[in-house]
Design a protein around this ligand. Structure first.
Ligand SMILES: *Cc1c(COP(=O)(O)O)cnc(C)c1O
Length: 434
């Protein structure tokens, strides 16, 4: 894309015209958004879908209060991990029975890395192959920490896991050569980079991992609900994703996990809890894994959170992910064109791919006073976020955002930087969560 490209909408009127014809415009009403707010942080915490309030209220008032323990059966609470998983499955290109919702992304990464090592071990058979995990060097920190944790656990238990950090650029340049030195590894990657929004080509990289005798574990935290994902179509082995970002499941919503059908029989969880047992209420002295992905459920499901996520998924009813992706790309292209014209003179640089095909559903910019600028923007009802050291991040969520908000966000940021409003002392104070 270049600024000279006439197809990129760059006036406020262009963006208003797109809103007037937007097939997704009515979906905005499914969300209870603060009226004056332009919300560009749905990739950190999705906003409240209206269906969630009703569902949580009825769960508390009717099911829990009135039906007490019988609600586990009567209202199907016990089936929520599978049921909610089956609703997420079509958003990530999986069969309904191959996805389950439980625990956090962090915990699920640990479980699936361990399961992946087990699958590779039994594949190696009598040959004693090394245990290897490769993580993307720029990965979200938790994804790396959990890999370190698993390696540490192996050491404590007298074993060894080799851990290697592979730079994303190497994978993008030539996946086969990048992976050649790491044969037979569980390779843990982010589909969309949380800082830069860069997409790793899932099909090509997964094929390269398989050629190197490994298993592909993808983190879909920034892609589920933001772009079309084809887990089965790309031959992905294992995947995790986030419930509270683009899926709008609410603060701390549980995560989903996917195990390819061909691995389910063999996959073992390192946290074999009673609710992943084949017959939890037989209270048997020895663990017997449940069939399929249900074995990855560990303990009692967080019913309130699961019900909120379940209800949040109603917002996707009748929504075409291709339309979501197309709108997100248009918004992103417009954002970058406007940033180039109005923010570059204030020292703002583009930190995400300019080509929409390589960019997830976010725009990332760079500025040395990014933190303060984001705080000043929030005071102007434009909510984005900041990712250290210098990234201003604007999530694009076509279910509820209007094109014209892009214009307003860039205008507000240009005004802040031009006036120096962000230099006021109060914008320097940092909360624990940025
Ligand atoms: C948001 C996010 C997580 C969050 O993990 P939790 O354990 O659910 O807090 C993990 N990985 C990535 C890539 C993320 O973007």
């Amino acid at each position: 894309m270049s600024l000279a490209d006439d197809s990129v909408p760059v006036s406020r009127a262009d963006l208003e015209a797109l809103d007037a014809d937007d097939p997704l415009a009515p979906v905005r009403d499914r969300f209870d958004l603060p009226r004056a707010t332009s919300y560009f942080d749905g990739n950190s915490l999705g906003p409240l879908p209206r269906s969630v309030r009703r569902r949580v209220e009825s769960l508390v008032d009717e099911q829990w209060r009135r039906d007490l323990v019988s609600a586990w059966n009567v209202h199907g609470w016990i089936d929520l991990p599978r049921r909610v998983g089956s609703r997420i499955a079509p958003l990530v290109g999986a069969r309904p029975e191959d996805v389950v919702v439980c625990d956090s992304v962090s915990v699920n990464l640990f479980k699936l890395m361990s399961a992946g090592l087990g699958i590779l071990r039994s594949r190696a058979g009598a040959r004693s192959a090394p245990r290897r995990i490769v993580v993307q060097a720029e990965h979200f920190p938790t994804d790396v920490y959990l890999a370190e944790g698993l390696a540490e656990l192996a050491r404590v238990a007298g074993g060894e896991v080799e851990l290697f950090r592979l730079p994303m650029d190497d994978l993008l340049d030539d996946p086969a050569s990048a992976l050649a030195p790491h044969r037979g590894a569980v390779v843990s990657l982010g589909h969309v980079d949380f800082r830069t929004g860069r997409i790793l080509p899932m099909e090509e990289v997964t094929a390269a991992i398989h050629d190197a005798g490994g298993l592909a574990l993808w983190d879909l935290s920034h892609s589920a609900g933001a772009l079309e994902v084809e887990l089965a179509g790309c031959g992905v082995d294992l995947a995790v994703g986030c419930g509270y970002k683009f899926l709008n499941g609410g603060p701390g919503a549980p995560s989903f996990l996917y195990v390819a059908p061909e691995h389910q029989e063999e996959a073992r969880t390192p946290l074999p809890g009673w609710l992943g047992h084949a017959a939890p209420f037989a209270f048997e002295p020895t663990y017997e894994p449940a069939d399929g992905v249900r074995r990855f459920v560990c303990g009692t499901p967080p019913v309130l959170s699961l019900a909120a996520l379940d209800a949040a998924l109603d917002a996707w009813e009748g929504v075409d992910l291709a339309a979501v992706r197309a709108k997100s790309q248009t918004m992103g292209d417009a954002f970058l064109a406007l940033a180039e014209a109005h923010l570059a003179p204030h020292g703002v640089e583009v930190a995400c791919p300019r080509d929409a095909a390589h960019r997830g559903s976010q725009v990332s910019l760079r500025h040395p006073e990014g933190y303060e600028a984001v705080q000043a923007l929030i005071e102007r009802d434009v909510v984005g976020d900041f990712r250290a050291p210098d990234i201003l991040r604007f999530g694009l969520a076509p279910l509820y955002q209007r094109h014209v908000e892009v214009w307003d966000a860039v205008a507000a940021l240009a005004e802040v930087l031009a006036s120096g409003a962000h230099r006021e002392e109060r914008f320097r104070r940092r909360g624990m969560v940025t």
